[in-house]
Design a protein around this ligand. Sequence first.
Ligand code: PLP
Length: 394
Amino acid sequence: MYISKRVQSIKPSPTLAIDAKAKTLKAQGIDIISFGTGEPDFDTPQNIKDAAIDAINKGFTKYCPVSGTPDLKDAIINKFKTENKLEYTREEVIVSCGGKHSIYNLFQTIFDEGDEVIIPAPYWVSYPDMAVLAGAVPVFITTSDKNHFKVKPTEIEKVITKKTKAFILNSPSNPTGNTYTKEELEEIADICIKNNLLIISDEIYEKLVYDNFKFFSIAQVSQKVKEHTIIINGVSKAFAMTGWRIGYTAGPKEIISAMTKIQSQSTSCPTSISLKAATAALNGDKQCLETMRKEFEKRRNYIVDRLNKIEGITCLKPEGAFYVFPNISGLLGKKYNGKLINTDIGLADYLLEHAKIAIVPGSAFGAEGFMRLSYATSMDNIIKGMDRLEKALK
Ligand code: PLP
């Protein structure tokens, strides 16, 4: 009875819930193979851990500046300059407690009650609920695997109203792994600028791209586009640092300053030790990134190949992130022990119960008839999991 209407209007993260369920079953001694996790299975590289240990030993354990330490901000600025050819100042960057926190702060900063935000579906599970918590109204554009889950500029134009404030772009995408080319981004940017929309570009999977795909940030399209773009990024996925909780935002000074105000009244600075670790990650040797990226590419090739061999499943080969998002509509409508399985949620339940594999149903991401499998798990697990999947579906 004390719970606010705001909180009653949202649901808990379904991906974290499935992950928790798989971990609980594992803890009970049940041999579950999880394709549910959205985090690298690799350990955080040693140079990053050493920097954190050093920070503890040197007593770097006190409050820091709210928006992040100058040395980490400089490392972020240098990353944008050298890797994306984008120039930012310290006033245009804020470090938060994970990319999720960055987006949360941003939504609280920019949305008023009733503002509309365009979200292409399938989408990362947290965008709609975080928008609702900020009083905004999510407006979805459904994309299809036939079109590689890409939104067309004309589709964006169609849903723009006087209330539309922002457009969310996530390339490479969670859950589909799809990416946009420079040319496609130019067209999207054009529509957004013409309609005075803020572009929110979530680039957290930037480093995880395959087949020689060259990542391009929409902010690179032009100076004008950069002025209308907020970039979200972080160290979680690229450096296997999900538990360290460091994400960052770059964009116009007024927005960053307003986000800093919110952060000063909520979490204050991110953890001092993690700030040092993230600085070491961004300034350090990047060979570890390439080692992990190559391994992910190998796993992606294997899992896509196996999935496409199963009758009733079709799976695109995405160029990024560490997810595949096969179409499983060909499996629905069948019965097991007299029970009809006609939804992706029903299929996920069946697979957890009978094949002991955890996957996330597509409807969690606004795409019924699909399922998301994360290949951020060992090759041995992937092989075993695919064997189980194949057997259970036969
Ligand atoms: N954006 C997307 C698309 C994600 O998939 C995630 C994590 O799953 C995040 C942001 C947040 O990452 P972090 O762990 O840094 O909060």
